[in-house]
Write a protein that binds this ligand. Structure first.
Ligand SMILES: NC(=O)C1=CN([C@@H]2O[C@H](COP(=O)(O)OP(=O)(O)OC[C@H]3O[C@@H](n4cnc5c(N)ncnc54)[C@H](O)[C@@H]3O)[C@@H](O)[C@H]2O)C=CC1
Ligand SMILES: O=C(O)CCC(=O)C(=O)O
Length: 526
């Protein structure tokens, strides 16, 4: 049975789903060293934001097939390292949207009315009504940085509270912003005009310290900023300075440059700052949602099915995959075949998507062809996740072309590869029942299904050659299952394709090329 390691607190609903297909070990609070030691025996790993999955941990996970992040941000996983190792990384893009948005709204209101400090003072036995005179959000301007799922929900709620809305998001259309009642502006305008700023962007090199001393200096003295997105988007030292100097009025932070928050000048500040320990997703509802969402994906991947929210397999959604499934096998088989014909060290793969396959949706077929091409070298180490990375690292150039003209089949795939044994091409298609047919080899027409052991020859079409080859194979005790000749003109160049019941013994290829008229011979194992 497969084994899953759960290294952060996950709702029981998720554990129950995992237990349908795997043995589940819950081990919270592992040190990096303990992680490296533990991980080799696991097929899957399920985490929240508490575990940092480094390259070292990933490289030690020899059996890992999937890392599931029960939440949105995958910045605590070294995704490139996982991709290189062929490990699918999945998340739950929507399971905690509402929880995080509501936390941001709660932070905005709590900050405006000093609720945490007022509450603490009453609990201390005080009755101080002067210190905690707050501000209304009604008719104030909220600047939303990042108008994605969470930012959109925050905008909708804030609009209902009578706030005016600005938004900064270079990847969102003006129409979408207008639909949400937001005026789309540049970041500087937002910083200068907003009374409240709320951040809902991922942490990337571009967004790291987006809110630094310079940005803080542009904000109004009455402005308050909320970060329920990711630590490090705000420069914490600069924020502490700005709050101390009264350059802005307040800040509410749920996320920090380093978590858990250690020694920090932020702790020394008063009612103008609220700090929560990364609670954005911490609602019962969100935790059930993300646990179920991610556990289902882990279960599916362990059962050999696709994941619906893989962050490192672009374009391979289950719907598209379902539609393309029969063609994926075709692409892999042809990739494997052309890779063997072209020899090792392929440096160019040309993939032509023909007929009804000539659409953008067919892009995963290129990945499948690459997977097939690399399978001789990498065996089970290559998969849909790492095929493109592996190809790039090996310097394989990929040319993808589309030709919508319908030929003999509704959709067909033409691959050509240049390698150490020259340039070779194959074309293939599917019969009505989904059976694969190789329809062309090196531009010679044939019609043959792939088989485990195949022999291809390039020869002159002349009497007696088939018989000689048959006798030679017979003398080596190799049984021929089927045979076909493809030629363009009578007595011209031709290819012969043989399906064999047995693998070819060593040395026989040299004997085959000694047969008069045979120029080249290639064996292929599929
Ligand atoms: N505090 C917590 O517990 C939680 C935090 N999060 C964090 O909230 C953030 C937002 O999550 P979602 O709304 O689900 O993501 P999303 O992907 O739906 O939205 C992110 C938006 O940011 C925009 N964006 C990307 N780069 C940008 C840039 N340089 N400048 C401005 N906008 C940019 C994108 O166009 C997108 O519209 C993420 O960082 C996520 O990790 C999410 C859930 C819980
Ligand atoms: O797992 C958590 O509680 C954190 C959630 C979060 O930050 C995210 O989903 O990006």
């Amino acid at each position: 049975m497969a084994k899953v390691l759960v290294s952060d607190p996950i709702d029981q609903a998720g554990i129950d789903i995992l237990s349908q297909v795997a043995t589940v070990d819950v081990k919270i609070g592992l040190t990096p060293e303990q992680f490296v030691q533990a991980i080799p025996e696991y097929d899957a790993l399920m985490i929240r934001s508490g575990s940092r999955i480094t390259k070292e941990i990933i490289e030690a996970g020899h059996q890992l097939k999937i890392i599931g992040r029960a939440g949105v941000g995958v910045d605590n996983v070294d995704v490139p390292a996982a991709t290189r190792q062929g490990i699918v990384v999945v998340n739950s893009p929507e399971g905690n949207t509402i929880a995080a948005a509501e936390h941001a709204i709660a932070m905005m209101l709590a900050l405006s009315r000093y609720i945490p400090d007022a509450n603490a003072s009453v609990k201390r036995g005080e009755w101080d009504r002067k210190t905690f005179v707050g501000a209304e959000v009604y008719k104030k301007t909220l600047g939303v940085v990042g108008l994605g799922k969470i930012g959109s929900h925050v905008a909708t709620a804030a609009k209902a509270m009578g706030m005016k809305l600005l938004a900064y998001d270079p990847f969102i259309s003006t129409e979408r912003a207008e639909q949400l009642g937001c005026r789309l502006v540049e970041v500087d305008i937002l910083l200068q005009e907003a009374d409240y700023i709320t951040l809902h962007i991922p942490k990337t090199p571009e967004t790291t310290h987006l809110i630094n001393a310079e940005a803080l200096a542009k904000m109004k003295p009455n402005a308050r900023i909320i970060n329920c997105a990711r630590g490090g988007i705000i420069d914490e030292a600069a924020l502490a300075e700005a709050l101390k100097a009264g350059k802005i009025a307040g800040a509410a932070l749920d996320v920090f440059e380093e978590e858990p928050l250690k020694e920090s000048p932020l702790r020394a500040l008063g009612k103008e700052i609220i700090l929560t320990p990364h609670l954005g997703a911490s609602t019962t509802e969100a935790q059930v949602n993300v646990a179920i969402d991610v556990a289902e994906q882990i279960r599916d991947v362990l059962l050999g099915l696709p994941a619906r929210s893989a962050v490192n397999i672009p374009g391979l959604s289950p719907d598209i995959l379902e539609e393309l499934r029969p063609y994926m096998q075709l692409a892999e088989t042809l990739g494997n075949l052309v890779g063997q014909l072209a020899g090792g060290r392929v440096d160019l793969l040309n993939v032509k998507l023909q007929g009804e396959l000539a659409t953008n949706k067919s892009q995963p077929l290129v990945v499948a062809a690459l997977k097939g091409l690399l399978s001789q070298a990498l065996r089970e180490r290559v998969n849909y996740v790492n095929a493109s990375v592996e190809a790039k690292e090996r310097g394989i150039r990929i040319i993808e072309t589309r030709d919508a003209a319908i030929r003999d089949y509704a959709g067909s795939l033409h691959l050509s590869a240049k390698g150490s044994m020259g340039e070779h091409s194959v074309t293939g298609a599917l019969l009505g029942d989904g059976e694969i047919r190789i329809t062309n080899i090196d531009e010679f027409p044939i019609n043959i299904p792939p088989s485990s052991h195949m022999l291809f020859t390039l020869h002159r079409d002349m009497p007696g050659i088939i018989g000689k080859l048959g006798s030679l194979l017979g003398s080596f005790n190799v049984n021929i299952a089927s045979m076909q000749v493809g030629r363009k003109i009578v007595r011209g160049d031709a290819v012969m394709v043989l399906s064999l019941d047995d693998p070819l013994p060593d040395g026989i290829l040299t004997e085959i090329t000694k047969v008069a008229g045979i120029r080249d011979a290639y064996t292929v194992t599929l």
